[in-house]
Write a protein that binds this ligand. Structure first.
Ligand SMILES: Cc1cc2nc3c(=O)[nH]c(=O)nc-3n(C[C@H](O)[C@H](O)[C@H](O)COP(=O)(O)O)c2cc1C
Length: 304
């Protein structure tokens, strides 16, 4: 028997393949195409304290092997989430990890306290890393701020906590360590890389927000390096994210040190990818002679 289950701190998942925030809607949108029971979990779109209209369009543009997005956290706010999305999400046969973003520390704390009183959530993911919020702060560029937010959220919320970090820093290790020391059950590595696209004929930026977050297969090697680097230096389970689109990508992240993965951009061109890839895990583990995910996590050797 092959054991696909994974344990990330206090968070238990039946398998390590999750759908990433912002790329799977609030799940309902995917119901016609996906058997949710096949997934390790779903992270719905980020929710903020108040509804947000998001950025001026255009908000997305295709790039070589990826895309840029500057959605700007368009969402209907936490009250709407609680009354319209959560009742549906909690009926699904997979782990639901709510994702929240605050414009300040108190927003994170208040929303986490509210969600902590709700039934049917397996955990919460703190989006400390969205680079597109006009006028907001990118919390995870600062180790001290990251530590403070995670510490305060832990005090008010009994659910497992996942801190989602930005790759847009010189050194991610101190920030990862700060989140781990503050009590995060796991880290999600990584959010999108800041980039831009230019229409040279019109001498204008392509995105309404000028800059956006790069995602998709183009970022996989960058994300893989960050996962590997943090896994070697910080003792905390990692959820690897960035350009994952095949079972080989998943296995690379696991061997490099991730205990689970999230698939994002791939859902826009292949909505069934997570489901299909999760089903391919037993065969891939068998190729390594392994009977469980744990046996292969962080087993990358050296060339010599
Ligand atoms: C259109 C789009 C919207 C996204 N929205 C969110 C979001 O609301 N919250 C969040 O934490 N990450 C968001 N992300 C980031 C993804 O969850 C993921 O971290 C990133 O895209 C890298 O993974 P990928 O290369 O597999 O897409 C978004 C990504 C895309 C492409």
């Amino acid at each position: 028997m092959i054991d696909l289950s994974v344990t990330l701190g206090r968070l238990h998942l039946k398998n390590p393949v999750l759908a990433a925030s912002g790329t799977f809607g609030y799940a309902r949108e995917m119901a016609a195409a996906v058997d949710f029971a096949c997934l390790g979990g779903i992270v719905p779109k980020t929710v903020t304290r108040h509804p947000r209209a998001g950025n001026t369009p255009p908000r997305t543009v295709e790039t070589a092997c990826g895309m840029l997005n500057a959605i700007g956290l368009d969402n209907d706010g936490i009250e709407y989430f609680l009354h319209h999305h959560l009742p549906y999400l909690r009926t699904l046969p997979t782990a639901i990890i709510a994702n929240i973003a605050g414009e300040n520390e108190d927003d994170f704390v208040d929303m986490a306290a509210t969600l902590g009183r709700e039934e049917g959530l397996a955990g919460i993911e703190l989006n400390l890393s969205c680079p597109n919020v006009a006028g907001g702060i990118d919390f995870a560029i600062d180790a001290e701020l990251t530590h403070r937010v995670v510490t305060r959220v832990r005090t008010v919320c009994p659910l497992p906590i996942v801190a989602k970090l930005t790759p847009n820093v010189t050194n991610i290790v101190p920030i990862a360590r700060a989140a781990a020391e503050a009590g995060a059950d796991a880290l999600s590595l990584v959010n999108t890389f800041v980039g831009m696209a230019v229409d040279w004929r019109r001498r204008r930026p392509v995105l309404g927000n000028v800059t956006g977050g790069l995602s998709g297969p183009a970022i996989k090697p960058l994300a893989l390096r960050l996962v590997w680097q943090v896994a070697r230096q910080v003792c905390v389970p990692i959820i690897g994210i960035g350009g994952i689109a095949t079972i080989d990508d998943v296995m690379e992240f696991l061997v490099a040190g991730a205990s689970a993965v999230q698939l994002g951009t791939v859902h826009f061109y292949d909505p069934t990818a997570s489901m299909r890839i999760a089903r391919q895990l037993p065969e891939a583990l068998a190729q390594l002679g392994a009977n469980s995910i744990r046996e292969i996590v962080g087993t990358l050797g050296s060339l010599t």
